[in-house]
Design a protein around this ligand. Structure first.
Ligand code: ZN
Length: 267
């Protein structure tokens, strides 16, 4: 028997369930009013450091297929399709949105992120649109489609730069996107301009790593752990705190630290 779900979105209710097992909630699309079952996404603990572009480590990394809900009727995609910007319906019905979701040469999950990015862009949330476009690039990475990953990284950079001024953490992500798209000179100059802003904490070492990788024409994926200065360069307590606070295994962090130590000796 259907029951109300006070903890969920106000426009959701539980789907009829069989055998007493809870079914995913029915969600009412804010664009077209269609009700559908949608996956419930609960962030999992992160047990590995993020990539330099802040793509989360596992186990959160492996959950991308559940980050967005999709309306089966109008294809509106969003973290919560029961909510929408007042202008979102116009975007969802526009030709570019329909073309995006019909583009069969793109992985279906990437289309979902690009559809959400389009709605965000059309409603003025340019940095959020950049984020969603970068997530499409991550899908392309996983699907071994490097040309699409490059295209979407550069699209993400354009969206970031079209929005309000970027903080140093966002600039790091721009640098990473440029480097991984093979835009070496732009990656180096953006890294240097951001280093001149005296970025705090992990951002400075990560930018130095980015600059080194770009100069070496290395478009590979690296984690934040790769940018860690060796322990001898860090106060003992804060290093321990970092390990404990982020839940990294000693062995895993040790590998990152050794790798970074080699890298920094050549600096
Ligand atoms: Zn809909």
């Amino acid at each position: 028997m259907p029951m109300s779900r006070p903890a969920g979105p106000t426009s959701s209710r539980a789907a009829p369930s069989a055998g007493g097992k809870a079914a995913p909630p029915l969600v009412c699309c804010a664009i077209c009013g269609t009700e559908s079952q949608q996956p419930v996404f609960r962030p999992l603990p992160i047990e590995q450091p993020p990539d330099l572009d802040l793509r989360p480590g596992e186990r959160l990394r492996g959950t991308m297929s559940r980050w967005l809900q999709v309306c089966p009727e109008c294809a509106y995609a969003a973290p919560d399709i029961s909510r929408a910007h007042p202008s979102a319906a116009e975007a969802v019905h526009a030709a570019p949105f329909r073309a995006l979701i019909a583009e069969t040469t793109h992985p279906p999950l990437a289309r979902r992120f690009l559809a959400w990015a389009y709605v965000l862009e059309e409603t003025g949330a340019l940095h959020a649109a950049a984020e969603a476009t970068l997530q499409a690039a991550w899908v392309a990475d996983d699907a071994m489609m490097p040309d699409l990953a490059t295209q979407w990284r550069l699209d993400a950079v354009a969206l970031w730069r079209a929005g309000p001024p970027l903080d140093v953490e966002q600039e790091l992500r721009v640098v990473d996107a440029l480097r991984r798209a093979g835009e070496w000179d732009a990656a180096v100059s953006t890294a240097e301009a951001t280093l001149a802003r005296h970025p705090p904490d992990m951002i400075g070492p990560a930018l130095m790593l980015e600059r080194r990788l770009a100069n070496a024409r290395d478009a590979g994926r690296y984690s934040m752990g790769s940018a860690m200065p060796p322990p001898s360069h860090r106060p003992h307590v804060s290093h321990q705190k970092l390990q404990a606070g982020r839940g990294f295994g000693d062995g895993l962090m040790g590998r990152f630290v050794n790798w970074a130590a080699k890298l920094f000796r050549r600096e």
